[in-house]
Design a protein around this ligand. Sequence first.
Ligand SMILES: [Zn+2]
Ligand SMILES: [Zn+2]
Length: 284
Amino acid sequence: MDDDFFLVRFWGVRGSIAVSGPEFARYGGNTICIEMRCGKHTLLFDAGSGLRPAGRALQASDVTDFDLLFTHCHYDHIIGLPAFAPIFDPSVKLTLWSGHLAGRMTTRQIIDEFIRPPWFPVKMNVCKANLDCRDFVSGDVLRPREGVVVRTGSLTHPGGCIGYRIEWGGRVVAVITDTEHEPDKLDQSVLDLIEDADLVIYDCTYTEKEMERRRGNGHSTWQQGVKLCEAAGARALALFHHDPTRTDEQLDEMEKLAKDRFAGAFAARDGQMLKFRVSSHRKR
Ligand SMILES: [Zn+2]
Ligand SMILES: [Zn+2]
C-alpha cells in the first residue's frame, strides 16, 4: 500500500519565526518542516519548529532510518533540531544533508555550532542517534535512497539556499524556499527544478505590493509562484513560508486570489497531507 504513493506532509509552513494565537489556528504557526514518504523511504526537509511534532509521528510509526535535508540554516529552518526526539534515540540512523555553505562549512559543523552552550545546555555529542552528515554542492544529483532522486539548485537568498526537486515513482515534488525573484524575470534555476512537477512548494512570504519595500530580504510572492508554475507546466502550487503576521483570514484571501489565477494553488497548513499515486507515464 505504502509503495503506491508519494506522500507529502507539512509539519511547519510559517517563515521567519513560530507564531501562536487564535488568528493562526487553522494554518498553524510552526516554522519550516516537510515530510516526504517515497514508498518505504522517509525524507524530511528542514528542521524548523515543525520538526518536533514530525519527530513524534516518526517515533509513533517506528521510522528509525531516514534522511533530513537542509535548504539552509537560518533559525526558522533549524530551530526544531534540538527538540527532535529521534536524535536522542540510539536506535535511530539519521542522514543529514546540506549544500548551501559548500566549501565554507560542513553539515557536521553547522549542527555542532548550533547545538552547544551557551545557546543550548549540552553539546551535540549527547545525541545518541547514529548521525551520518553528508555535504554536497549545488547542482549535484543526490540518491539518498534506492529509487529516490533529488536534484539540487541554488536559490536567491542571503547566505545561500538550496532548492530541491524530488523524483520518485514517476512523481515530482519541488521545494523552493527561500528565494527572492527579480521583477519581470523568471529564475532559470527555479524553472529547471519545477519543470512538469506534480507539486511546487514555493516561498510566498509576501504579496507583490509588499515586495516593493521588502527587496533584499530574500523572499518571493504567490504571484511569482503562479507565473513560474505556469511557465514550467507544474500542476499544483503550495503557498508556503507564510509571513508571521499573516492571519488565517488573510491566508484564506491569498489562497482565493491565487486559485483564481492558477487552479492548482492552495495555501499550505500545518498537518496537511497530500498523496500522489505512483505513475509510470513520466519521461524523467
Ligand atoms: Zn526561512
Ligand atoms: Zn532564510
